[in-house]
Design a protein around this ligand. Structure first.
Ligand SMILES: [Zn+2]
Length: 265
């Protein structure tokens, strides 16, 4: 029996698709090196991060999850937290879409929470993502919310919280009982470095693209945030942990142009 031959054009097409899908995303951080000082800052933070990863106390994924659980318990004491309703369903749907596109998941069981708060903020620990009602309403569409949520997913996947826990556990010795909250306080008040923030923006954009969101919305949301009155306390809250919004916006524009050939300017 003669085997049915597969048209060569079809094979080529498959191969071309394989090439396309396996194409590596380029993470270019040169957008951050605006002067000698920022180059030095980035170099120093890279060095510090590799030292923590190489010599710092090892932290398991389970420890991250436990700390995330503790954070939820603590937040519930002071805030109304929504895990139901129309707004919650909307953010959960966005998070579910994004998390399904994580290339090599570390193994978190992601959960999202909407916090009733007038603070413009979003944060994460142990696969739990917290979004305030203020930032929810600040976002003008699903794609802008996806930029915020994708960024927070990336902090987990890129081990930034793990690094922070390791830093504090290496510096102090925390006992088993009663000191979880102290560790949590230290971890949450330690800002991520600028490069980590930009890296999360990039990974968030990649997740957005794979999920079918409009990736230029990531640059839009940072643009509007950077225009907020800098004396405004809301601005301070968000940017104390999410600094350098103009640079971040520029980096996002570069990332999208380089990897997806879309001009967001
Ligand atoms: Zn961040």
């Amino acid at each position: 029996m003669k085997m049915k031959s597969i048209p060569l054009s079809y094979v080529f097409c498959l191969f071309a698709n394989f090439l396309c899908f396996s194409q590596k995303v380029v993470y270019d951080f040169s957008c951050m090196e605006t002067d000698d000082a920022s180059w030095l800052v980035n170099f120093a933070s890279d060095l510090e991060q590799s030292t923590v990863r190489g010599y710092g106390e090892k932290v398991s994924l389970d420890e991250e999850v436990k700390l995330g659980n503790q954070l939820l318990v603590d937040l519930k004491k002071d805030y109304s937290i929504y895990e139901y309703g129309e707004r919650y369903t909307r953010v959960k749907k966005i998070m579910d879409k994004l998390k399904s596109k994580i290339p090599s998941p570390r193994g978190f069981s992601y959960k999202i929470y909407l916090i009733e708060s007038k603070e413009l903020n979003a944060f994460t620990c142990g696969g739990k993502i917290f979004v305030t009602t203020k930032i929810y309403h600040f976002c003008q569409n699903d794609s802008e919310l996806a930029a915020i949520i994708g960024h927070e997913i990336a902090h987990n996947e890129l081990k930034h919280i793990n690094d922070n826990i390791s830093r504090h556990k290496t510096a102090k010795s925390f006992g088993e009982v009663g000191e979880m909250t102290a560790l949590l306080g230290d971890v949450l008040t330690t800002p991520f470095n600028q490069k980590n923030e930009v890296h999360c923006d990039f990974v968030g954009i990649d997740l957005m693209k794979k999920s079918g969101y409009s990736i230029c919305s990531a640059t839009q949301v940072w643009k509007r945030m950077s225009k907020l009155d800098q004396n405004n306390s809301e601005y301070d809250k968000f940017f104390s942990t999410h600094p350098y919004s103009q640079t971040r916006r520029k980096c996002c524009i570069n990332h999208i142009q380089t990897n997806y050939q879309i001009d967001c300017e």
